[in-house]
Design a protein around this ligand. Structure first.
Ligand code: ASC
Length: 152
């Protein structure tokens, strides 16, 4: 038991370090999952954007709470872009996501990296940092939408 405990703890730590990977029973479930993650992200990014643009008062506690939510969900959507989910539900995903997987992964990683900067800025309590990070992340969101999301 003494020898097993550190091993068990190491296994737990390794599991916790992995990004959440959801399993889906139906393609529609994966589509709903990725859309839900984007909806949650947009809500809290929108809150930070409003503060960054002076449309809402800058509240350090609200910003930190938004950052916590974004941190929890910003890496989730991409596990929902699995093969077989190119069509279905009301997806706006373009076929290019599956045709240009390396480019999509690069765009997804870049977006997640930009959001990491937004999270850090929101937690720092500096409105100037938040403005910079939100502006840059917004451009990255848009670039990915232009390439990989159908127009509404
Ligand atoms: C947002 C939001 C997005 C991005 C994008 C940037 O606030 O919900 O998807 O910014 O509109 O152009």
């Amino acid at each position: 038991m003494k020898k097993l405990l550190p091993l068990a703890l190491a296994a737990c730590a390794a599991t916790l370090a992995l990004p959440a990977a959801a399993q889906f029973a139906k393609p529609e479930d994966a589509i709903k999952y990725r859309q839900a993650a984007f909806v949650v992200m947009a809500k809290h990014f929108g809150s930070l954007r409003a503060m960054a643009e002076g449309k809402a008062p800058f509240d350090v506690k609200v910003a930190a709470a938004d950052a916590d939510v974004i941190a929890a969900v910003s890496h989730l959507p991409y596990t929902g872009f699995i093969p077989g989910t190119e069509k279905g539900g009301n997806t706006e995903a373009k076929p290019e996501i599956w045709q240009q997987q390396a480019k999509f992964k690069e765009a997804a990683d870049k977006t997640a990296g930009e959001l990491d900067k937004v999270i850090a800025a929101a937690r720092s309590g500096s409105l100037d940092s938040l403005k910079t990070a939100v502006g840059s992340a917004g451009r990255t969101c848009k670039a990915c939408h232009d390439d990989f999301r159908k127009k509404d």
